[in-house]
Design a protein around this ligand. Structure first.
Ligand code: SF4
Length: 123
C-alpha cells in the first residue's frame, strides 16, 4: 500500500472516530472498502455463512445498527450453545430463501447462531 493510501486511510479512520463510529462499525466499513488489514467485524471463524451484508440499509440504519451491535455485544457465533438468536424472543425469522434473520432491537441481518447480551428465551 502506498503512503498516500495510508494517509487517506488514517484520515478516514479519524473521521470515523469523530463520528463516534468505532470497533465493529469501523471494521465493517473498512471491510466494505476492501481494507486488507481491517479487523474482522464479528467473530465468524466457525460460521459457514455470514450476516454482514448491510447493503439494504440506509446510512442512518447502519449507524443505529453499529451502535446497538456494540452496546449489546452482538456476535455471529454464540458463546453459549443454549442461547442463540434463533431461540431468542427478539428473533425475526428469515425471509423465504434467506439464511439470515433479524432482531427487534436493531436493523439489518442477524445470524441464527448469533447472540447478544439481551438474549431472552422465546416463549
Ligand atoms: S436480542 Fe436476541 S435475536 Fe437480537 S441479537 Fe440479541 S440474542 Fe440475537
Amino acid at each position: 500500500m502506498s503512503d498516500s493510501n495510508n494517509v487517506s486511510r488514517r484520515s478516514f479512520l479519524q473521521r470515523l472516530g469523530a463520528l463516534g463510529v468505532a470497533g465493529v462499525g469501523a471494521g465493517t466499513v473498512l471491510s466494505a472498502c476492501g481494507g486488507d488489514d481491517a479487523a474482522p467485524a464479528e467473530d465468524t471463524a466457525d460460521a459457514d455463512f455470514s450476516c454482514d451484508d448491510l447493503s439494504g440499509l440506509s446510512d442512518q440504519e447502519i449507524q443505529t445498527r453499529e451502535q446497538q451491535v456494540q452496546a449489546l455485544q452482538y456476535v455471529e457465533e454464540t458463546p453459549n450453545p443454549d442461547e442463540l438468536c434463533s431461540n431468542c424472543a427478539f428473533w425475526q425469522e428469515p425471509e423465504a430463501g434467506e439464511q439470515c434473520g433479524g432482531c427487534d432491537l436493531f436493523p439489518g441481518p442477524v445470524h441464527p447462531d448469533g447472540w447478544c447480551n439481551s438474549w431472552v428465551a422465546a416463549s
